[in-house]
Design a protein. Sequence first.
Length: 320
Amino acid sequence: MALAPARAATDHRTLPATRWKAIKSEAWGLGLASPWIVGFLLFTLGPFLASLYFGFTNYDAIRPPVWIGLGNYQRMLFEDKHFWLSFNNTLYYTVFSVPLRLALALFIAVLLNQGLPGQNLLRTAYYMPSVVSGVAASMLWLWLFDPTIGLINTFLSWFGINGPAWLMDPHWSKPALVLMSMWGIGPQMVIFLAGLQGVPQELYEAAEVDGSGWLRRIRHITIPLITPSIFFNSVMGVIGSFQVFTAAYVMTAGGPANSTLFYVLYLFWNAFSYFRMGYASALAWVLFFVISVLTVIQFRMAGRWVYYEAGPVAGRQVAV
């Protein structure tokens, strides 16, 4: 009978020490994470909120900002023809580059998933261009697209084709950059390859027993089961394509005739060439809004074609 009060007293005495130990542990955790927290507040969240304010001001980074309300957005939508030109150029690049990059990355991933001799070397070779500096890659492709000594037109001349001027022709400059974008499909290929290796081999064996050919197995087994990888690559591809900058800045500077004046390049010029920091901030927020809307649309549509093992696909039969 006397043991219960003593145990209760012991628990009561040890409670403050336990609490102090937990507080000390949390303090250590916050202390170790403090460099990242301070960096996030100063260099990410701070500029993020500051740009929201500057978007409603006339600011040149030298004189104090002057509040003008929606003046920057009104000018952007109704007065600035270069805004719509840069947006249309970027939309063109997105519409053509994203599907082509996804298709090529998936095709190469399927080939590299067949157990070919030297496939590890091939995987490394296909991934290497994605780790090359954007400026270095742009200089390389600047030489490849040269209309007189470039390798692309030289190759076309072997078949009697007179190659275009590429980056010097307003009609071919954007297709040239789309073609160049397909060189860096390494990250998408790796993600597709990981998705392909997660497809159960039993499904392929059953389909082969039923007499299904290679194309039908790809269509009815491979593609449905790697839709999460396709969805991820498509979302990231759209986000990345709306931020294309380096190639246009290094190779064409927006020309010829503003045919490669992409949105982020126009934003950069307004901020660091014309010192229209307020207007550039408004451009950045419009870009953020457009990307957010497109991402939400993609997520909304994903329920119709993306299948997960723990979701609707669990009870779905794969037709072969």
